[in-house]
Design a protein around this ligand. Structure first.
Ligand SMILES: [Fe+2]
Length: 229
């Protein structure tokens, strides 16, 4: 049961979130569907990490709302059937400020604003807006970042096809300890392995690079590397 606020009943809260999601769907069907999937995948990762019920609910809700600021991105940019120019990216990136503006008005998200504000931080400290690194980034933001990237890569876009699960697996592994939290990546990779329904036998360039460069963070699991070798 959703218990993010003392001021809203679960029913009221669900209604408010549904209204937001309907507005997002009328603005852009892709962003709506993407947000729903991010909420689901983030909740799955959080479950695999044994987080408590409230954290699972927050993952689901903030996953659904993590792109709500895109309501203010012009449709010509949001739905552009081609890659964005640097100027357009600048406009697109402003949605994170609008996320904060919109979600800070919702009292049930108030105590989780640190998560909302950290959605674009990177584990190695090269993200924005505060260049937080490692465990300075709230764990729920680290989970949402992986779920967001995973879904963006596995979605068809007008300007490119969805990437294969194998490709996405390699990208997440490559970003382990750089863009993404290693612990979160490991859980996400376990979930992907189950989806691929087979031991992952193709040794990707990313895995090779990880092994060759001997990055300081440990590899996901020795069993996996042995299986892939
Ligand atoms: Fe997103």
């Amino acid at each position: 049961m959703l218990r993010l606020s003392k001021e809203y009943s679960p029913e009221e809260l669900a209604r408010i979130i549904d209204i937001c999601m309907k507005a997002l769907r009328s603005k852009d069907a892709y962003t709506f569907a993407h947000s729903e999937r991010v909420g689901k995948f983030a909740e799955q990762i959080a479950t695999a990490m044994d987080l408590d019920d409230e954290d699972l609910s927050v993952c689901r809700v903030l996953g659904r709302l993590h792109d709500i600021g895109k309501l203010f991105v012009p449709s010509s940019i949001l739905k552009k059937p081609a890659s964005l120019s640097e100027q357009e990216w600048e406009v697109m990136r402003k949605h994170s400020e609008d996320n904060v503006r919109i979600l800070s008005c919702m009292s049930f998200v108030e105590k989780h604003m640190e998560v909302v504000e950290s959605l674009h931080e990177r584990f190695d400290g090269t993200g924005y807006p505060n260049h937080l690194e490692g465990c300075q980034i709230p764990v729920l933001a680290r989970i949402l970042a992986v779920a967001d990237s995973y879904d963006a890569m596995t979605s068809d876009r007008p300007y490119r096809k969805a990437q294969s699960l194998e490709y996405v697996y390699g990208e997440l592994l490559d970003g382990r300890g750089k863009q993404f939290c290693p612990e979160v990546v490991d859980k996400a990779l376990n979930l992907l392995e189950r989806q691929m329904k087979k031991p992952y036998v193709v040794v990707t360039a990313q895995i090779k690079k990880l092994v060759e460069n001997a990055v300081p963070t440990p590899l996901p699991s020795l069993a996996f590397v042995k299986r892939a070798a």
